[in-house]
Ligand binder design. Sequence first.
Ligand code: BES
Ligand code: ZN
Length: 463
Amino acid sequence: MSEGKNNTSDLEQFFSANEKRMEDELFELLRIPSVSAKSEHNADTKRCAEWMKQSLDKIGVPAKIYSTKGHPIVVGEWRKAPGAPTVLIYGHYDVQPAEPLDLWTTPAFEPAVRDGKIFARGSVDDKGQIFLHVKALEAHLTTRGKLPVNVIVLVEGEEEIGSDNLAEFVESNKEMLKADAVVISDSAMFAEGQPSILSSLRGLAYFEINVQGPAGDLHSGSYGGAVQNPATALARIISTFHDGNGHIAIEGFYDKVRDWDAKIREGMRNLPFDDAGMMKEVSVDALGGEKGYTTLEKLWIRPTCEVNGLLSGYTGEGAKTVLPAKAMAKVSCRLVPDQNPKEIEKLMAAHVAKVAPPGVKATVTALHGGSPWRADLDGPIFEAAKRALAKSYSKEPVVVGEGGSIPVVSDFQRVLNAPVLLVGFGLPGENAHAPNEWMSEENFRIGMRAMAALWDEYAAGTG
Ligand code: BES
Ligand code: ZN
């Protein structure tokens, strides 16, 4: 344990004396519109990578920028703790598009604090969370001139678009990235004040489905009723994805789904979760999904098939009688161990080919994917995290699942063969990917203290 002379009070003093400056620095980062999905922001993502590099250089973690076919990757390294373990801290500096802009109370890239919440695109996903790690390292380096462990910081710019170039980067740089543990903060706590460690992430298989009917739009009076309508055809296709119980009806879809340990399911059932609270949070009067599972099970341990977007025909003002030539849907499946995005791609293509009505041509294009992941939750990094979180939050952490995806996690585990600790500082209702995204100021502050404590705990637990 980290008692004695170098106890945490030196770090605490540093944090309290520098709180305002650290938040100001975070705001600078949040002002950069590093939207990875849109090429019009390419200069901004580049600038953001440079900003990240400088913020690491400044604290004494020299960093380099690695260009990729897409957005650059920033890697900082500090390796002056011989004999101590090496940790890899991962996060992403890219953000989701901010649209629809008119629904933001204050502009997406002009951070503002209201009610203890830092509002800005990327505040919690993931700039605030990766930056709190940088500040935790700074606290050690400034107050003690060193870190208790060796550290690699990897911040990428393509997480929100599937991390397509990162797996290859990890493969070809596995010597540089070799670590005893990987630590990631890009998720949420189960509830306010309740520190949480993730036991799983879902994977993803993302598709675009295009349905082509006649060569061009047609008069719906002259042709409607005789010519197959692509919008209707697409609706029919989509309606076959689930049966009446919310079970996915794509042949073979569940074949690889591994059973969950009874203990983990039991743990999930014991978490205080209230469907009514979730209904209220998202303003609906009933929840949906697969029969026979609790809400947390539906979110954490069951796969899904969701429509993310639909486009067809006339959607402007007033009425236009037209039979559209084509229709398009964006569809994504969240996957659980041991489903594989490539296999799901094949099953989806076969299913759509089977159910598409005659008179239209339906094609399925895979956009990106990521594998699901399940943690082992054993070993020194998890023990250290439990201690550090319990001290910083004065509450024992809970183990929770997660419905979202972080594509590189399974690659880290596979290529680096290191345990991955996911410890998030977001909160329910944080509006990630939506207008008015926020990060709790308190979690930014406690999070950096907890992560600074983690390195002491981890070094003590492995030394
Ligand atoms: N931070 C999220 C992952 C996440 C989502 C954690 C929800 C906890 C709760 C990450 O930035 C993200 O949004 N990932 C994408 C990945 C996709 C684009 C491959 C996701 O889950 O949609
Ligand atoms: Zn995200």
